[in-house]
Design a protein around this ligand. Structure first.
Ligand code: CA
Length: 230
C-alpha cells in the first residue's frame, strides 16, 4: 500500500510514518497543501491521512481538489478534538473517516485497515490467491501454509499483484507503491520481481512480464485438453 501523510507537525508526521511503515506500507509525508496536490497529480495512493491546520491553508482544500478531480482515494481526516465544524465539512466533502487528536496509533492502524478493506471490497484482513494467503494486518504472507518471511517491499509488491491477481498491474504503479517518490534506478523494480519469483518457484503461481505494460500474477494454466484421436 502507498500512503500519503499530509501533516505539518514534524513529530506527529514522523510517528505516523514510522507506524505505517511498520505495517508494511510505503509512506510519503508532506506538510503543505501545494506539495500534496502536486504529489496527488503525479502518483496513485491507496489512502491519504490529512491534517487540516496546514501552513498554507486548510487541509480540506486537498480533499476538495481530490474529489473535484474524481480521485476517490480514501481520506482520513486528523482534526483537533473540538473542531466539530471541520469534521462535518470534511465528511460532507467526501472524507471517509476522521480521528480527533490526540489519538492512539493502534486505533489509527485499525481504522486504516478498515478503510483499505472497504476500498478493496474485502470482508476481512486476508487476501487469497492460489496457495497464497496474505494477512494485511500483520503484513505477513503464507504460501501453501508455510510462512514467507517477506521484507517490506517484497510484501508490498506481492500485495499489489494479489489485489489485482489475473490482471495487469502497470510497472509505474508498482514503482510508485514500492518506492514512493524516492529516486531509484531503472532496474530497481526488476530486482524485487525476481526475488518474488524465486519465492514462488514450484508453487505453480507465476509473475508474468508483459512488455511495455506491466506484470500479472497468474495461476497455473489448466493443461490443454488432448485432441481426440483421429
Ligand atoms: Ca497542523
Amino acid at each position: 500500500m502507498h500512503l500519503l501523510v499530509i501533516e505539518d507537525d514534524p513529530l506527529l508526521s514522523r510517528s505516523l510514518t514510522q507506524a505505517m511503515t511498520r505495517n508494511g506500507y510505503t509512506v510519503d509525508a508532506l506538510a503543505r497543501i501545494d506539495d500534496a496536490i502536486q504529489a496527488l497529480r503525479q502518483g496513485r495512493f491507496d489512502l491519504v491521512l490529512l491534517d487540516l491546520g496546514l501552513p498554507d491553508g486548510n487541509g480540506l482544500e486537498v480533499l476538495e481538489w481530490m474529489r473535484a478531480h474524481t480521485d476517490a482515494t480514501p481520506v482520513m481526516i486528523l482534526t483537533a478534538r473540538d473542531a466539530l465544524a471541520d469534521r462535518v465539512r470534511g465528511l460532507d466533502l467526501g472524507a471517509d473517516d476522521y480521528l480527533a487528536k490526540p489519538f492512539s496509533i493502534t486505533e489509527l492502524e485499525a481504522r486504516v485497515r478498515a478503510l483499505l478493506r472497504r476500498s478493496q471490497q474485502r470482508l476481512d484482513n486476508n487476501v487469497r490467491f492460489g496457495g497464497l494467503v496474505l494477512d494485511t494486518r500483520s503484513a505477513s504472507a503464507w504460501l501453501d501454509g508455510t510462512a514467507l518471511d517477506l521484507p517490506r517491499r517484497e510484501f508490498s509488491l506481492l500485495e499489489a499483484l494479489m489485489l489485482n491477481a489475473g490482471r495487469i498491474v502497470q510497472r509505474e504503479a508498482l514503482e510508485n507503491r514500492l518506492f514512493g517518490f524516492e529516486a531509484v534506478g531503472a532496474n530497481a523494480l526488476d530486482v524485487y520481481v525476481s526475488r518474488l519469483r524465486k519465492r514462488l518457484a514450484g508453487s505453480g503461481l507465476s509473475i508474468r512480464t508483459l512488455r511495455g505494460l506491466g506484470y500479472r500474477l497468474e495461476e497455473p494454466r489448466e493443461p490443454l485438453a488432448k485432441e481426440p484421436p483421429e
